[in-house]
Design a protein around this ligand. Structure first.
Ligand SMILES: [Zn+2]
Length: 533
C-alpha cells in the first residue's frame, strides 16, 4: 500500500514536469512558428507567444496549447510594436483609427513635437480618450504653443510674470499627463526665446520626470551650435534630451554628422543623457517659411506682408532667402525645393520651385526663386519637401547606437494632399532599404531602435519588448519583403510585408487587412495626477 502511494506520487510529479515542458493551456491568442526579436537587440529565437487579454503571458513551446485565435508566423519575424518618438498626430480627431501609422507597424506614438504640443493639455487628451484611438498615443507639451498662448508671436523676452505663466502651463500640462516638453527653436515663436527661458521651462518638466525633445534652433550652417545648445539645456535643466529628427541640412554642412554624433558621445561620456531620433529620408518637410528670416515673420503673416512692401526691408528679406537657398534648405538648386500642400494653387503640388520659375517665364536663378518664395508666403504660405540632405549623413546618423527611428510623419488619409512619404514608410524603409539592402544596421539592432529604446525614453516600462507581463503590442512581418512603397513622386502608398499588427492584444491588422478598430489607449506621462483608464 505504502509503495503504491509513492508510485502514484512519483507519477504525478512526472506528469507535472512533462506538462510544464509542454504547455497545454488555452489562451486568447497564440502566435506560432515565428522568430521572436524581443526588442533588446539580441538575436531572434524561435518560440511561440501566448496572449491573454492585453498582455503577453508566455513565451514557450505551445504546440500542445490551444487558443481562440491562432496566428501562423512561419518564416516571419515577431517584433514588439514600433514606437514613434516624433509624430504629427494633429489630425487624430478625424483620423482616429491611425491607419497610416498602424500600416507601418507603429503601435505607440508620441505627439506634440517641435514645440507644438496641445493646449489646454488635459482637455485635449481627455476628449481624445473619449473619442477612442487605433494605436496608443502620448503627448508632449509644447514650448511654442505655451509661448504663443502667453505672448502671441512677439519677438522679445518674456516679462517675469509671463515667464511664471509659462512655467505654470508646463507644470499643469505635466500633471495632466504630458511626457515632457518639446521645443521648435527654428519656428515661431520659439525662435524668439533665449536659452535661459528654455532652461527655466525645461526644469519644470524635469522636476515632473519629463523629457526634453528639441527641434534645433539651426540644422544648417549653425547645426553644431544647435546641438550644443540642446545639450546645454539638458545639462542645466537636468532633463533627458532627444535631438529630434536629427539631420544635416544644406550642402556646405554635408558630412557634419560625424561631428554631431561625436558631440552626443562626448556629452554622454560626462553623464548627460542625450540621444537622437531620425527618419530615413534625405529630404525634410515643413513650411516654406523656413527659408524666410524669422524676424520678417514676427507677429504673423499680416506683418510679413507689410514688411515686404517696404523696399529696404524687402531687399534684406530677399537677400537672406537667397542665402538660405544656397546654404540651407534650398540645397543650392531650385529643383530641390518641392511643393507639397499649396492651398492657393494645387497645381503646384508635387512640382518644384524650378518648375514654378519656368512656368512664370522666369529665368531659373536663386534671385527669381526668392521672389517666388516671398509670393508664396504672401499668399498664405505652403509646405514643401526640401531635398537638401546627403544620404551618407542619413546612414551615419542611423548607425549610431543612440539614434532611434521616428517618423516625423503626419497621420494621413490615403490620397489626401501631397505629403512626405515618411508618413507611410519610415519603419518599413529602415527594415527594407537600410537593413536588408544596404546592411547599415543588423535586423535585431534596427528593431531595438524601433522598440525598447524609444519606449525606455518615454518611460514605458510595459511596452517596447516581447516578454511575459508586457502589453501585447506586436508586429509580425516578413524580413525578406518588408518595404516602403511611397515615393516623392507618388507618396500615397502603404508599405508591404507587414502581415499582422496587434495593439493591446487585439488585431489591428490581420492577414494584411486593416481592422479599423479603436484598440489604443491615451498614455499618460510620469507626473499624471488623475485616474488612469
Ligand atoms: Zn516634426
Amino acid at each position: 500500500m505504502q509503495r503504491s502511494v509513492s508510485f502514484i506520487t512519483i507519477l504525478f510529479f512526472l506528469l507535472l514536469i512533462l506538462s510544464s515542458c509542454k504547455d497545454s493551456g488555452h489562451y486568447d491568442i497564440i502566435i506560432r512558428n515565428g522568430e521572436v526579436l524581443d526588442g533588446n537587440g539580441t538575436a531572434a529565437i524561435k518560440v511561440d507567444v501566448a496572449i491573454n487579454g492585453d498582455e503577453i503571458v508566455k513565451l514557450t513551446d505551445l504546440s500542445n496549447a490551444t487558443a481562440n485565435l491562432e496566428i501562423d508566423a512561419q518564416g516571419k519575424i515577431i517584433s514588439p510594436g514600433f514606437v514613434d518618438l516624433h509624430a504629427h498626430l494633429e489630425p487624430i480627431f478625424e483620423l482616429n483609427n491611425c491607419e497610416s501609422h498602424l500600416r507601418q507597424g507603429i503601435t505607440t506614438a508620441i505627439g506634440g513635437p517641435d514645440g507644438r504640443g496641445p493646449l489646454p493639455f488635459g482637455r485635449y487628451v481627455d476628449s481624445l480618450s473619449n473619442k477612442g484611438i487605433g494605436m496608443n498615443a502620448g503627448f508632449l507639451c509644447g514650448h511654442n504653443s505655451i509661448r504663443a498662448n502667453v505672448m502671441e508671436l512677439e519677438n522679445r523676452a518674456p516679462t517675469p510674470e509671463e515667464l511664471d505663466q509659462m512655467k505654470s502651463l508646463v507644470r499643469q500640462s505635466m500633471e495632466e499627463g504630458a511626457f515632457g516638453i518639446s521645443t521648435g527653436l527654428k519656428y515661431l515663436p520659439g525662435t524668439f526665446s533665449k536659452i535661459d527661458e528654455v532652461i527655466t521651462l525645461s526644469k519644470v518638466a524635469a522636476d515632473k520626470g519629463g523629457i526634453y525633445t528639441s527641434h534645433l534652433r539651426d540644422e544648417g550652417l549653425k547645426l553644431l551650435d544647435g546641438v550644443n545648445e540642446a545639450i546645454q539645456i539638458g545639462k542645466e535643466a537636468n532633463i533627458p534630451i532627444v535631438l529630434t529628427h536629427h539631420k544635416v541640412v544644406g550642402k556646405p554642412m554635408w558630412g557634419s554628422s560625424h561631428k554631431t554624433m561625436a558631440l552626443i558621445d562626448s556629452a554622454r561620456a560626462v553623464g548627460i543623457d542625450v540621444m537622437a531620433d531620425q527618419y530615413p529620408y534625405a529630404a525634410s518637410y515643413t513650411g516654406i517659411g523656413i527659408l524666410i528670416p524669422s524676424w520678417a515673420r514676427a507677429g504673423g503673416n499680416g506683418k510679413f506682408i507689410q514688411r515686404v512692401q517696404d523696399p529696404q526691408l524687402r531687399d534684406s528679406i530677399h537677400k537672406k532667402i537667397v542665402f538660405n537657398i544656397i546654404n540651407d534648405r534650398g540645397g543650392d538648386d531650385l529643383d530641390r525645393v518641392q511643393f507639397a500642400r499649396v492651398r492657393w494653387d494645387t497645381t503646384l503640388q508635387g512640382k518644384t520651385l524650378k518648375y514654378w520659375c519656368e512656368r512664370e517665364g522666369l529665368e531659373v536663378t536663386h534671385e527669381n526663386g526668392a521672389d517666388l518664395i516671398i509670393r508664396a508666403q504672401v499668399n498664405g504660405g505652403c509646405t514643401c519637401i526640401f531635398h537638401a540632405m546627403d544620404d551618407l549623413d542619413v546612414a551615419n546618423i542611423m548607425s549610431h547606437p543612440y539614434t532611434a527611428v521616428a517618423t516625423d510623419g503626419r497621420l494621413t488619409k490615403l490620397g489626401e494632399n501631397f505629403v512626405h512619404p515618411r508618413n507611410y514608410g519610415t519603419f518599413p524603409r529602415v527594415l527594407g532599404k537600410y537593413v536588408r539592402e544596404e546592411g547599415v544596421l543588423t535586423l535585431p539592432e534596427a528593431i531595438r531602435k524601433m522598440t525598447s529604446f524609444p519606449a525606455d525614453r518615454m518611460g514605458l516600462a510595459n511596452r517596447g519588448r516581447i516578454a511575459a507581463g508586457k502589453k501585447a503590442d506586436i508586429v509580425i512581418f516578413d524580413a525578406d519583403t518588408i518595404s516602403d512603397k511611397g515615393t516623392f513622386i507618388a507618396p500615397h502608398a502603404y508599405p508591404v510585408g507587414i502581415d499582422h499588427v496587434l495593439v493591446n492584444g487585439k488585431m489591428a491588422i490581420h492577414n494584411g487587412e486593416f481592422s479599423d478598430q479603436l484598440n489604443g489607449v491615451v498614455l499618460k506621462g510620469p507626473a499624471y495626477s488623475g485616474e488612469l483608464d
